[in-house]
Every structure is written in structure tokens, then in C-alpha cells.
Design a protein around this ligand. Sequence first.
Ligand code: FCB
Length: 433
Amino acid sequence: MTFLWGVATSAYQIEGASENDWTEWEQRGRLKESGVRCGKAAGHRERWRSDLALLPTIGANAYRFSVEWSRIEPRRGRLDEAALLETRETVELLTRLGVEPVVTLHHYTHPAWFWAEGGWERPESVEWFRRFAAAVADALGNRVRLWVTINEPIVLLLGGYLAGLIPPGQKSFRACARALEHLLRAHGEAAAVIRERNPSARVGLAHNMLDFAPDRADSRLDQRLAESGESFYNLALLEAIATGDMVWALPGEGRVRFRLAELPAANDYVGVNYYSRVHLRFGIVPPWRGQFFYRDPAARGLTEMGWEIHPQGFERVLRAAAQARRPLLVTENGIAVRDDRRRRDFLREHTLILNHVREAGLPVEGYFYWSLLDNFEWLEGFRPRFGLFEVDYATFARRRRPSADLFAELGKRFTAGEAGGGSSDVSRMSRER
Ligand code: FCB
């Protein structure tokens, strides 16, 4: 099977405002910089056809994008047929371009009505999401093989229900635990309705994974904290996918345990989103008696997100993800920098790791760079630049960065022939540069 070589985006981050929770969140001044609004984001709604046409020019044979729930179902139970049709046209255009569509149903945003009705804490949320998934699957039928139901459930829960930084802005472990169960059930239901429509569909989640390290290498407390961080952030979900048993223990907060017998069958693959490493330091500060930092021990400069560039962590998380005993897709990996040389270094180093782990036998079947275009980066607004294409936010003009050429070059090696031959070329090329 051809290796999937592509880029990832999400609807809100490139299409912009909609009747959803993030639009409200911005109006309430909850972003880091006051006054920032997503607005038209990268102007993709008016330019989606020409943006998709960029994909073959960077050698992408796959494209991961998301469907905006609030556009498909702006009022509860009322579907917007025009929005569904546009989603289908998107898929059809990708197919004509020779690019495999990878559809994400949920990428952080929710229709405004979803929270008014009580959100993920309510058991009914499972049914709401199932109906939305069914509507999209009906519209796309067997045109789409690869599906991501939910992007980064753990980040959504920690950010939205524990840290209160993103919608719904709660700080309650009890609510968080309830929402976890409903999110995973919703994933299972969505997987089932997708497969009813397309028996050859492959469904999974995109799981954000971090590399964890103790802040003070010789501190037993920091070491323990790093271990528990790795356990509740990275491993608990993988274990649940492998066995159906979810055990989630957050130091200083609580512990939740439940069984979802249908979960293992609802995951054909594991999607891994990898960006960086965090250092954990024990302290007496709530919520979980620990603080995390991005450090820069190799003095390479943090990214515009304030994240460490740490390719070795990529190998560690991929090896950990393999514990779920599923094929792996790197559903996101990327860097926010203005100096495009650093992006090229990042790409070379991370694809070198990718090549290495594949040669070592890990079943990684695809890689998606985040992102095609510069875009709206949630709490950070428009400052971080992740794109292979630069976006001029005054005119919405796209300008190809040199890293787009490198991406195309690397892709040739990953997609040509079988893993062995093609991937050795990658090592050689990476060494040459
Ligand atoms: C991931 C998100 C994605 C983007 C990148 C930088 O965690 O899934 O939307 O914001 O981070």
C-alpha cells in the first residue's frame, strides 16, 4: 500500500467564523491577545478550490481536513444541505486531483447549541454526535475511506474541562471524567455509522502525544510526575484502544475507570499528533501539584508556540503508540517559525525518524505535516506560522515557502515503491543536506 504523504488542516482554522463555540470564546476575550478574532481565518472558504489545487504541487497524495459541525448542523437537528454538498464537492475535487481525503469530524469546535444543551457532560451528546457523523457519512458514502472521528480528545478534555482555557471553560474533574466517557462512546458510535455506510472505511482518533521528562533529572518527585504525565496524557487512551478499559488517573485530581467493550473494534488505526517535549516539575500548585515547561536544552530556539524542537521524542511517542497494536498514522507534525530554514530542518529531522522507525518495523502508514497554510492557531491567534504556504492576512495571497519544495522531495522518497528502497533514499537525502 502506498504510504500516505500529506498535510493536515482544520475547518475553523482556515475557514473562520461560524456559529460555534470558538467564535463566542473570542468575543468573550478568551484568547491570549485581546481583540483578536478568527474572522475569515486564512480565507479558505472563498479559496478552497485553488487551495486544494496546491496539494499535487507539493507531492501530497493525501489531505486531512475537518468538517465544521456548526456549518453542517447550525441548529440542533437541522442539517444544512448546501454545507453537506460542499463537503462532498471537496471530496470529489480531491479525488480528481489524485489526493486521498482523510475526513476529521470533530476538530475542537462545537455548534453553539451544543453547549446550550449541556455539552459532553450530557449522555445525549453521544447521540448528537452520532447523528452528525451519520449525516456526513451519508453525504460522503464510500467516497471516503479514512476517517478521524475526534481530534485530540485528551487535549480537549484537559483544556476545556480541567484548565478552563478552551470551551466550555470548566475546571471540574467530575465533569471532565463524564465528558471523557461520552466522547469515547461518541467515537464508537460514529465509527459504527461510518462503517454501516462504507464497510471498507478505516476509522480512528487523532491522539496528541508529548514526550515527557522530569524537570530536575535527579528529583524523584519530578520523575514520578513525568511518569504519571506520560501515563494519563499518552498511554491511558492507547491502553483503552487496545483493551476497552479506560483508567485515567490525574495526580491531585482523581481517578476514573470504565469499560467500553466496543472501543477496540472502533479503532482501525491510531493517529498520532506529535510536536514537542515537556518537562514536569513537582510543586504545590494546583490543579495537579505539578507544572510543565518547554525547555531548550539543545539551544535550538523554541518555536513560535514556545515549544521545544525535539525529534527524538517523535520516536519515543511512535513506539509508545504501537502499544495500541494498530497501524499508525502521523496525523499531525509541524513547526511554527518564520525562518523557513528551521522548518526545513524540522522536516528533515522528523522524516529521518519516521524512516528509521519504519525500517525498525513500526507500522506507520502515513505522515501529515501541519499545516498546508498559515492559519488561526486557537488561543495564540495568527502569530504562529505553520504553513508550507505563507498567508498574507491583508490580501489572503498565498506564497509558497521553500519548505514546500522540500516536502515534495521528501514525499517522493516515502511514496516511491516499497518502504525499504524508498525510505533508505530518505536517510541518504537527509544526510546529504
Ligand atoms: C494541534 C491541533 C491543531 C493545531 C496544532 C498546532 O494540537 O490539533 O489544530 O493547532 O496543534
